[in-house]
Structures are given as structure tokens and as C-alpha cells.
Design a protein around this ligand. Structure first.
Ligand SMILES: [Zn+2]
Length: 285
């Protein structure tokens, strides 16, 4: 599933092509890709056709393109396998669910193999912490992410202390901090030498601060390397792969030596997925 760096690569790739462009025509090939749109496909098409797009924005794993007037946005949920491919208007892609032709000659093909993703037109509402800033209503319950300059470190650290949970669950809780999934959680916990099942209340403040710094460093490196692509399902807007997969220290590294101490890395079942960690560097305390 794409996490913050992968979604940001898509946002940054779309920005120069869609900012200021008009939507000339919209084609919906599969209504299931409108599952998060409140209305039939005719409504989606009517509300999008002829509109001008503004600069794409992102919070955590959520991507949206504000529309002229500023009261509505096209929200793009990538889900497990969604891709937004930027093409010329003679190019088709297999598994295109929704197509937008722009008045600049570009075409956006929303491709989604497994159809967990979707597009929707949504209303912009004020954010809870900065009411002069607007996000789509589907995003308002999502916490700010760690590359957002308005992310409140002190508030996050206080919430960790207060919550009766374990650290990896907290990192994956999109209402506490957004944009982090299994990959970047495992990478940052390895960097901070914290066991994934460490209760958050037992985490000292210096260790929690270290973890925040590791998270920011891992996200920054993944952004610089174009995100993590394991298969054909995550791609940038031009179909390119990211190469952060080559920089992974923990995620998917079970059986390989820990890059820090040489102990074989371990994978344990966690929330229907896996947690990857070094049993020596990351002891439960
Ligand atoms: Zn180790």
C-alpha cells in the first residue's frame, strides 16, 4: 500500500501538468472506482467537466486536487493498487477505471487493478486546528503528517504518553500521525532501536523524540529516492519505480543480518501483516 513518500511522488508528478488545467472530458469505465463519491457517475462527471484544477495537495496518504472556486476537490484514493498515469490523449492503459482529458493535451488515466482505490468529488471544510486552512471532508479526521510544518510534536508526544497502546499501532493510527504504513513504521523503529510492541506509555521522552527524528529521516530519504516499489502496482505518474526498496534496513529483511549488529532479522505476525525487527537491537523493555 502506498505510504506518504509514494503518494507525494504522485502529487509532485501531477502538479506541473494539472495546476491551472481545465477538465475537458471525463469517462467512467468502472463505477466501483467511485465508491467514495456520494452520487452516481453522472453526478461525478457533471461536477468535474469544465472545471479548472488547482495545485494538488496531500495529507498523509490522501491526495486531492482542489477545483476552481476552492469549495470542492477531486479526491484520489490510491488504495492498494491505484495509479494515476499522466499520458498524451492517444495513450490508453489496461485497467483504466476513470479517464480525465485535460484542455492542455494531457490525459490522466486512473488505473486500479484491485479496485480498493477510488476518486470522488468532495466538499472542502476547515481543518480542526487551523480553521483558515481547508481540506476535503473525507480527510478532516486524518492527522497531519510529519512533513507538514504544522505537525505539533509536543501534542503527538503527549498523546503517545496518554494512550493505552503499543508503539507500532500508534504509528499506524492515521488519527495520531498520518502517512505511515508498515514499511516506514518498521524502518523508523529499527532506526530508533524500539521494539514494535513497546507500550507507548512506557516510552521515555528522549526515545520518543528519537523515533520522531528517525521517522522524518526515513521519510525524507524515501522521498529523495522516489518511494518504495516492490512490484508493478506502485508507480509514479510516468510509470517510473522508486528505488527506496534497495535502502530498506528492516522491512522484508527477515533472515538477513541486522545492518547494525549482524543478528539475523526476524519477522513476526502483526495485525494480519508482519513486523520486521532486530531481536538484539530492538528488545522489548
Ligand atoms: Zn541489530
Amino acid at each position: 500500500m502506498p505510504e506518504l513518500p509514494e503518494v507525494e511522488v504522485v502529487r509532485a508528478g501531477l502538479a506541473p501538468a494539472v495546476s491551472g488545467a481545465g477538465v475537458a472530458s471525463v469517462t467512467v469505465y468502472d463505477e466501483r472506482s467511485l465508491r467514495r463519491h456520494d452520487g452516481p457517475s453522472e453526478d461525478f462527471i457533471d461536477r468535474l467537466t469544465g472545471r479548472r484544477m488547482l495545485t494538488p495537495e496531500r495529507r498523509g496518504k490522501f491526495l486531492w486536487i482542489p477545483l476552481d472556486g476552492g469549495t470542492e476537490a477531486l479526491v484520489v484514493h490510491l488504495g492498494m493498487s491505484g495509479q494515476v498515469l499522466l499520458r498524451d490523449q492517444s495513450t490508453d492503459d489496461a485497467l483504466t477505471r476513470i479517464r480525465l482529458d485535460l484542455d492542455t493535451g494531457y490525459r490522466l488515466n486512473f488505473v486500479d487493478q484491485r479496485i480498493f482505490g477510488s476518486m470522488a468529488i468532495d466538499t472542502m471544510v476547515p481543518t480542526t486546528d487551523h480553521p483558515d486552512q481547508f481540506v476535503p471532508s473525507q480527510v478532516v479526521h486524518i492527522a497531519r503528517d510529519l512533513v507538514d510544518p504544522l505537525f505539533d510534536d509536543r501534542r503527538f508526544l503527549a498523546a503517545l504518553k496518554r494512550k493505552n497502546t503499543t508503539i507500532k499501532r500508534a504509528l499506524l493510527d492515521q488519527t495520531l500521525v498520518s502517512g505511515i504504513g508498515n514499511i516506514y513504521a518498521d524502518e523508523s523503529l529499527w532506526g530508533a532501536r524500539i521494539h514494535y510492541d513497546q507500550p507507548t506509555a512506557s516510552l521515555s521522552r528522549p526515545r520518543a523524540v528519537t523515533l520522531l527524528a528517525e521517522l522524518r529521516a526515513v521519510l525524507a530519504q524515501a522521498l529523495a529516492e522516489g518511494g518504495t516499489s516492490f512490484d508493478t502496482q506502485y508507480r509514479g505518474v510516468n510509470g517510473q519505480s522508486g528505488y527506496f526498496a534497495h535502502s530498506l534496513k528492516a522491512y522484508g529483511q527477515q533472515g538477513k543480518p541486522c545492518p547494525r549488529c549482524g543478528t539475523p532479522m526476524v519477522r513476526e505476525q502483526f495485525m494480519n501483516r508482519g513486523s520486521h525487527f532486530c531481536p538484539r537491537c530492538q528488545r522489548l523493555r
